[in-house]
Ligand binder design. Sequence first.
Ligand code: ASP
Ligand code: MG
Length: 412
Amino acid sequence: MALIVQKYGGTSLANPDRIANVANRVVKGWQDGNRMVVVLSAMSGETDRLIALAKELAEDPDPRELDVLLATGEQVTVSLFSMFLRAQGVPATSLLSHQARIYTDGAYGRARIIGIDTARILEELKKGRVVTVAGFQGVDEVGNITTLGRGGSDTTAVAVAAVLKADLCEIYTDVDGVYTTDPRIYPKARKLQRIAYDEMLEMASLGAKVLEIRSVGFAKRYQVPLRVRSTFSNDPGTLMTVEDEEMEDIPVSGVALSKNDARITVTRVPDRPGIAVRLFKPVAQANIVVDMIIQNTGIDGYTDLTFTVPKGDLKKTLELMGPVAREIEAQQVSSDKNIAKVSIVGVGMKNNAGIAARMFEALARENINIMMISTSEIKISVVIEDKYGELAVRVLHDTFDLETPKPRRSSR
Ligand code: ASP
Ligand code: MG
């Protein structure tokens, strides 16, 4: 008898028919003798609808009240779901965050889970009931309702699975797994049967929006076996797990494209201690996330600095850096919005030499100019002109033959 946590997203719960369809899956799991915990999102579009409603009455809605409002979306689905199960003769109980005892800090709209007291969930499971838990919401130390940020019900599911030491956490969504690249960019993209947590973290941060990224971090930390699969098919989806030798044989598992960044270059920056902190501190204080940072070796006491920030933060960053750049007498600050970041990701890069060279060679063959390069242990990213982004993805997908399932260990 296994303990299974399943999470269903908004599109899987969009109307009564879909709720019933999804619930039948849960019934099946329960009839097979498993203990079932079901974490739900709000019906699709509901959270957006509530935000719009709030904004009709307050331009900048009070964060505490907004969380009270947004949490209602998940209250609707867990109650409907349990109601349906009971009508089928399946015992079920819905639990809101304070009942499921999901405790968070007090940061409204982006709260972090700090602990879950499993007593109540376990008590319900012991009675043989299916437990439906409202995703996305939590309760702070003093009992205020909080929410975890958009897409947060994935995090609820993984956190609940972690504390319950569930045998499996399944995230049901409208795509049938994690692909080698976005199939809309390249139809040759292949669904991965398995992916290492670290690879998924890189892919998710690069824009593969299958899962909310914090949930993957949680899954890695607590080693929760996490499966992403579709509500609308019986495909087993993609399993996220710890990396093993088989995965390490494959140098590249996926290619990701991000067009969310802009580049900023500060030229002729004095090359002495304390300059970088003066430039970047105001940016950090404004909570702007700087991604790639490249500084050249100094020549004649000067150097150049290039980095990327989210496009939406470009204007603000330029405003913050302008005065500092003048103070330190840098030559100029320039920027470029028309860039794309293309990355190859794979835990096998650690053991395979020459991957970067193959990547650069493939791009050169297409005459794609590389503006910036950055690497981590399991990722190589390049910044190129944005109009070549999709082409680069296809070329790299072909170069590393991601279309073909690898025979794995036997290929050595
Ligand atoms: N309902 C919330 C949202 O739309 C949480 C979730 O769906 O994960 O962001
Ligand atoms: Mg969602």
